[in-house]
Design a protein around this ligand. Structure first.
Ligand SMILES: Cc1cc2nc3c(=O)[nH]c(=O)nc-3n(C[C@H](O)[C@H](O)[C@H](O)COP(=O)(O)OP(=O)(O)OC[C@H]3O[C@@H](n4cnc5c(N)ncnc54)[C@H](O)[C@@H]3O)c2cc1C
Length: 391
């Protein structure tokens, strides 16, 4: 065999796994088909890489099998990754909700992983496409653009489908299928929602405005910012709920998540009866949005002119803003891919295939998808380390 371990994909999970295995003395090759490794790390977190979340729990992940991620997450924690970051002297800060970012640049996280790979003698081939994989006696034979390779064990870390311009491919899914694995249908997640037709005409000119909302779909709810864009809705609350919403499902957007809007409006009516509704709403919403809501849903008058039933109706509009997205921006801009290799076909302690000995799947290619906020990298690190320990 040429290598003990070949890893397909030089992203977060692939590099993390490679360094750990290399440092145990195994011969490791990482094959990356793009012109450089770790492209998503570089562009993550707005260039500062939200590399983990201190509050990571299995509840922060979506998967057909919600128990699958537990073992790996418990064995490699955010504190473990933070220790590595600190060992490399990378300055970091907590932004909000346990999200840890680099003070300077995402480049430092990639540099750290590459330094660890170098310490483990890992070989990395970039610009190398894998054309075919075959199971052979005691290992795998790969046909690549750079020639044939034999390895005892094969790790698939080729990620999901989001952002094809950065190297995303369906290769991992095809390979999984080839070896008898079931796939959970994929779709774009952590992705802006689009509006079309009248709703887009109604709100497109508010592009750039941010509103504090609570977005709900099924049992999931996220309180955070929503951002109007020229094509629809984005911002953390929308990205989060996009992982749960699909066209046809009910999406509930509460524009007054801080309390009971009817009580608040009644109180305002008592305190400033001569003030117009749009002015009062502008205390809690961006002024232009308040104005547009009044134009579309509730004519603005001095508060004294509303009956209690009117105020209750306005409150109901605030708590359930009547808006229906037409779809999502899709893989072009999605941060992650929902679905993927069915976790039931893998060992949750080692990420090894239950069908083919020596074959492993780690990172985003697996049907485990985190919320926004550093959870997806934590899954990449943890699943990589689970496999590394077993390899
Ligand atoms: C814009 C953006 C910002 C993000 N920001 C954050 C953040 O701040 N925090 C967070 O936790 N998550 C973030 N994410 C999500 C995070 O980047 C991914 O969940 C994570 O990178 C998944 O790691 P991975 O190693 O499984 O896949 P990837 O990092 O996508 O790596 C897969 C690698 O495999 C390569 N590859 C694919 N097909 C082949 C093939 N056939 N042959 C060889 N190589 C192949 C790809 O080119 C890629 O380099 C962000 C994602 C995006 C798109």
């Amino acid at each position: 065999m040429d290598y003990d371990v070949v890893i397909i994909g030089g992203g977060a999970a692939g590099l993390m796994c490679a360094q750990a295995v290399g440092q145990r003395g195994l011969r490791v090759l990482v094959i990356e088909h793009a012109n450089k490794v770790g492209k998503k790390i570089l562009m993550s977190g707005g260039g500062r890489c939200n590399f983990t979340n201190l509050g990571t729990t299995p509840q922060n992940f979506l998967s057909r099998n919600p128990h699958f991620c537990k073992s790996a997450l418990a064995r490699y924690t955010p504190e473990d990754f933070l220790a590595l970051v600190e060992h490399h002297g990378i300055a970091w800060h907590e932004k909000e909700l346990g999200q840890l970012f680099c003070d300077e640049s995402s480049k430092l996280i990639l540099r750290m992983l590459l330094a660890e790979c170098e310490a483990g003698g890992v070989r990395i081939e970039i610009g190398c496409a894998v054309e075919r994989v075959e199971a052979v006696t005691a290992g795998f034979a790969l046909r690549t653009a750079n020639g044939p390779i034999r390895t005892s064990r094969l790790v698939v870390a080729s990620g999901g489908l989001s952002i094809p311009t950065m190297g995303a491919s369906g290769f991992g899914y095809a390979l999984a299928r080839q070896f008898g694995h079931a796939l959970i249908p994929t779709r774009a997640a952590l992705v802006p929602l689009t509006l079309s037709g009248k709703p887009l005409d109604d709100y497109a000119e508010l592009s750039g405005l941010a509103v504090d909302i609570e977005a709900r779909c099924d049992d999931a709810g996220f309180r955070n910012r929503m951002l109007f864009t020229h094509r629809g809705l984005s911002g953390p609350a929308i990205l989060q709920i996009s992982s749960y919403w699909q066209p046809g499902a009910e999406l509930r957007i509460d524009l007054f998540p801080q309390g009971d809007a009817a009580d608040w409006l009644t109180q305002q009516q008592g305190e400033r009866p001569a003030t117009e509704l749009r002015t009062v709403l502008a205390d809690v919403l961006p002024r232009r949005f308040a104005q547009r809501l009044c134009e579309l849903h509730c004519e603005s008058q001095p508060l004294r002119q509303y009956r209690l039933a009117d105020l209750e109706e306005i409150a109901a509009t605030l708590h359930a803003w009547p808006i229906t997205p037409s779809g999502t921006e899709g893989y072009r801009t999605a941060e992650v891919t929902l679905g993927g290799v069915d976790a039931d076909g893998l060992s949750s302690s080692s990420m090894e295939s239950r069908h083919i000995s020596g074959l492993y799947f780690i990172g985003e290619v697996v049907d485990v998808t985190g919320w926004l906020g550093g959870y997806n990298f934590q899954w990449a690190w943890a699943s990589a380390m689970a496999a590394a320990q077993a390899l």
